[in-house]
Design a protein around this ligand. Structure first.
Ligand SMILES: [Zn+2]
Length: 184
């Protein structure tokens, strides 16, 4: 990586200072909303007011690092677990892909023992829900998603109040609004 020239330009924020490439150890950031510490980060710092600048190629490297850490911590279903789940369902890669809304190629890539890419976060959560449903029959989806998030350092508080059956479709999350259909 061209570390020296990554950030060397006039500051676009203040227009006065100059941005310099700065190496920061244990840089605290968030990747996809999850807290993460980059062991050695390169950021641009303005010498006037200290405003930080980021470069896409560097933040992409942080994301890759983040996902390697998650893989090492077994955050995602392993290739073997995905294959086992699919076999228990008795599905081909193509049909399993159709079931969870992705391509056969994605399933094939995630089942490779030396896979280069983890499942997307969403696909992983969905496969875990499928697995839980297969084993337990019923799944408290919301509870399971909240527990998964908590495991990775994110506490999502549901702003619940007394919910009448008529407004049950209006469950407000702090960060997101989720709508679901109520069977009539
Ligand atoms: Zn500046």
């Amino acid at each position: 990586m061209k570390t020296q020239s990554l950030f060397e330009y006039p500051c676009p924020e203040c227009g006065i200072g100059k941005v310099h490439t700065t190496r920061v150890r244990n840089y605290k950031t968030k990747i996809k909303g999850y807290p993460f510490i980059v062991d050695e980060a390169l950021i641009g710092v303005c010498d006037h007011r200290g405003v930080e600048q980021f470069a896409p190629e560097e933040t992409r490297r942080w994301e890759e690092q983040f996902f390697r850490v998650l893989e090492a911590r077994h955050a995602f279903l392993s290739p073997q677990e995905i294959t086992a789940l699919r076999n228990t369902l008795g599905l081909s890669m193509e049909d399993f892909g159709r079931l969870i809304g992705c391509t056969r190629q994605s399933i094939s890539a995630w089942e490779k023992v030396d896979r280069a890419a983890s499942p997307s976060w969403m696909a992983d959560l969905l496969m875990k829900l499928v697995r839980q449903s297969l084993h337990a029959g019923m799944v408290d989806v919301l509870r399971m998603l909240l527990d998964e998030a908590k495991q990775w350092g994110v506490v999502i508080e549901i702003r619940s109040r007394a919910i009448s059956p008529e407004e049950r479709e209006d469950v407000a999350l702090r960060t997101k609004r989720v709508r679901r259909e109520v069977p009539s």
